[in-house]
Structures are given as structure tokens and as C-alpha cells.
Write a protein that binds this ligand. Structure first.
Ligand SMILES: C[S@@+](CC[C@H](N)C(=O)[O-])C[C@H]1O[C@@H](n2cnc3c(N)ncnc32)[C@H](O)[C@@H]1O
Length: 199
């Protein structure tokens, strides 16, 4: 059954305001862990100059497909199965990638893998936008994020809020550099990574 996220409804506008700038010159975006598809449908409608490619872990693909298929958005591609652990990843020609609220759900080795795969997919100048709660220099940015992290770890010891410093170190290995860090409502952030090979 198609699911619905209140949080995605609340955060889609502030995220889009940044994506309108960052993706202004992009033509093909791969979204990883699209969830309900609310972001995909909303962003594709506004960013009509590009193609939005949603993807999901195979176990959660049906609901995503249902939502995307009910929307007649011509630049919203048919959702594809994609598990971060897949080897190989599908062969896609993309110049941007996006993921929301996934880095604190998947394990740290999977986060590293995600950066490896996105880093190899993107061409020079490619943009990778990651949205969610993040820590700064080893500190939670709010009490509510600290509580959220404790709840995540109680449910799954491998999950938890990631630190921008750790992500920056990992991203750099794959020529992805932190270009901007946008604080957004509810103690979330939108981190913009840019692939730069020729430094
Ligand atoms: C908290 S939800 C976020 C969904 C959506 N992006 C949003 O912001 O509303 C985390 C998503 O990560 C997906 N996910 C978890 N493990 C994954 C994996 N190994 N590969 C791909 N997606 C995964 C889940 O299926 C789920 O849709």
C-alpha cells in the first residue's frame, strides 16, 4: 500500500528552494531511498528542465511506484529498485544525485558505499545533495536530534546521526567536496557535495 509521510510534506518546500539553485543546470537526478515518492513527485513537477529518477530498496518499491504512477509528471521516471548494497549499481547517466533521511538509517559501511557509488556515477561538476539531521564537530545541533539519535540506535545499533566531519572525509576519497551546508527547519540540513576531479 502507498504510504504517506507528514515530515516529507513539511520539509519539501525548504528543500526545493535550495534544489532550484543547485540543480538549475542539471539534467538527470538519481534519488536514492525515495520512500513514499512525495519528494520525487513534488520536485519533478517544479524542476521540469530535468529528469527525476526515483529509486528504492526492493522491499519498499511498490508504494513508491504507486504514487509515482498516479502523477502525470512527464519528467518523473519510472522508479527503479536500488539497494545501496547492490553490486553492481545500475548503469545510469546522471549529473546529480539526491537522498533524504537515509544516511542515519543505513549503517556507516553503507553510507561509505553510497558515497563510493555516487562518486563514481557523477561526472566532473556533478552535484550530490544529502538532506537530514547531521552532527557538527561531534556535537548534536539540538536536544531533539540527540533524542532522535538515541531512539534510532535503540532500534538498530548500526544506525544513527552522522557527523559532517566524517562525511567530508569519506566524500573526499571519491572527489566529492562539501560546497555548501544549508541549515533547514527542524534542525535538519541540506549538504551540497560537488564532484571535482581537477583540483
Ligand atoms: C526514513 S526513510 C526516508 C524516505 C524519504 N527519502 C523521505 O525523506 O521521506 C529511509 C529510506 O531509506 C530506504 N533504505 C533503507 N535501506 C536502504 C538500502 N540499503 N538501500 C536503499 N534504500 C534504503 C528505506 O526503504 C526508506 O525509504
Amino acid at each position: 500500500m502507498k504510504s504517506y509521510s507528514e515530515a516529507a510534506e513539511r520539509n519539501k518546500r525548504p528543500i526545493l528552494a535550495v534544489l532550484q539553485q543547485v540543480f538549475a543546470d542539471r539534467s538527470m537526478v538519481l534519488e536514492i531511498g525515495s520512500g513514499t515518492g512525495q519528494h520525487a513527485a513534488y520536485f519533478a513537477l517544479d524542476l521540469s528542465h530535468l529528469t527525476w529518477q526515483p529509486s528504492e530498496h526492493p522491499t519498499n518499491l511498490a508504494g513508491l511506484r504507486e504514487r509515482c504512477n498516479e502523477r502525470l509528471v512527464p519528467n518523473l521516471a519510472e522508479p527503479i529498485p536500488l539497494d545501496v548494497d547492490d553490486e553492481p549499481w545500475p548503469i545510469l547517466t546522471v549529473d546529480a544525485a539526491f537522498t533524504a533521511n537515509t544516511l542515519h538509517i543505513i549503517s556507516w559501511p553503507q553510507v561509505c558505499r553510497l558515497f563510493t557509488k555516487v562518486g563514481s556515477l557523477l561526472p566532473e561538476g556533478g552535484a550530490f545533495c544529502t538532506y537530514g539531521p547531521f552532527n557538527i564537530d561531534g556535537e548534536f545541533t539540538s536536544k531533539s536530534n540527540a533524542n532522535f539519535d538515541a531512539a534510532l540506535r535503540a532500534r538498530d545499533a548500526d544506525s544513527g546521526i552522522r557527523d559532517v566531519r566524517d562525511l567530508t572525509a569519506q566524500a573526499k576519497i571519491h572527489k566529492l567536496f562539501l560546497q555548501a551546508d544549508h541549515p533547514l527547519p527542524a534542525n535538519n540540513r541540506l549538504l551540497i557535495w560537488r564532484k571535482i576531479v581537477t583540483l
